[in-house]
Ligand binder design. Structure first.
Ligand SMILES: [Zn+2]
Ligand SMILES: [Zn+2]
Length: 266
């Protein structure tokens, strides 16, 4: 199928987005020009009062902050459906950035499990490839138990460890991956096909992190009957072009409309 939605997109409300032009009007306009029919606005969110962090960089991106998007939304959305959602965070050890009660305020909740891995592994003394890969699998299963996520953002992406990206991803057994994907499928949670996970898209195509390791994982996800959504994870208007570059991989995986999470079926 043709990529026709963007399930993960940041605006200027996310502190890590430095493109002032990255506001709903410009994003929706560009989406309409490139054949995108649904845009899911997923700014970073840590709900005030949720245990796990007191870092202002996280806690200041609270619900009030990211809900400012409602006021920024244009009346004319250029024929594109706009969803007001969020990308919360899972820090490990049971610390998630959004409560189940508040999750219902959003059209779709994305939960990543792999931001700030380097600090966590340093704290815990985790250095071995096999242990990192085990922990990434564990985090995936853990985050599902909160029943907060509708989709898993950039699943298993070894952020901070691209110098041994393939090694980490390839040491995940197919049976372990299948178990994760079956668990997600049972809960109706979508697996994200994120531009970030394709090394060539982000010029990360070193010998140590190549597209093949993610294609193996996504093939296993497809065989496990997973639900999927597409994601630019754009932090600038320019980044939105990355979505189209993922089309050959989507074709190779044989993703069809029936594989897409119902929220994004057009
Ligand atoms: Zn993320
Ligand atoms: Zn993101």
């Amino acid at each position: 199928m043709k990529i026709d939605h963007d399930g993960h997109m940041h605006t200027y409300l996310s502190f890590c987005c430095h493109d002032e032009k990255c506001i709903p009007t410009n994003i929706l306009k560009k989406a309409s020009q490139t054949g995108i029919k649904i845009v899911n606005f997923t700014d970073h969110l840590w709900e005030r009062g949720m245990p796990g962090t007191t870092e202002p960089y996280k806690t200041d991106q609270d619900i009030d902050h990211i809900m400012q998007i409602k006021k920024m939304m244009p009346k004319d959305t250029f024929g594109v459906k706009a969803l007001i959602s969020c990308e919360t965070d899972y820090l490990g050890d049971g610390h998630i950035g959004l409560s189940k009660e508040s999750a219902s305020m959003f059209d779709f909740v994305l939960a990543p499990t792999n931001h700030s891995l380097t600090d966590y592994y340093k704290d815990k003394g985790i250095t071995q490839t096999k242990d990192i890969s085990k922990n990434l699998l564990q985090r995936f299963r853990e985050v599902l138990t909160f029943d907060v996520a509708n989709g898993i953002a950039h699943p298993f992406l070894p952020l901070g460890y691209f110098d041994r990206g393939d090694e980490i991803l390839n040491s995940m057994e197919a049976s372990e991956l299948r178990e994760c994907f079956h668990m997600a499928r049972e809960k109706g949670v979508s697996i994200e096909l994120n531009t970030d996970t394709f090394a060539t898209n982000w010029n990360r195509n070193t010998d140590a992190f190549t597209n093949s390791s993610y294609m193996r994982i996504y093939h296993i996800a497809k065989e496990a009957n997973s639900l999927f959504h597409f994601a630019s994870d754009a932090h600038s208007i320019e980044d939105m072009d990355l979505l189209g570059k993922m089309q050959p991989f989507v074709d190779e995986l044989g993703i069809e409309k029936s594989d897409i999470h119902p929220t994004f079926r057009t």
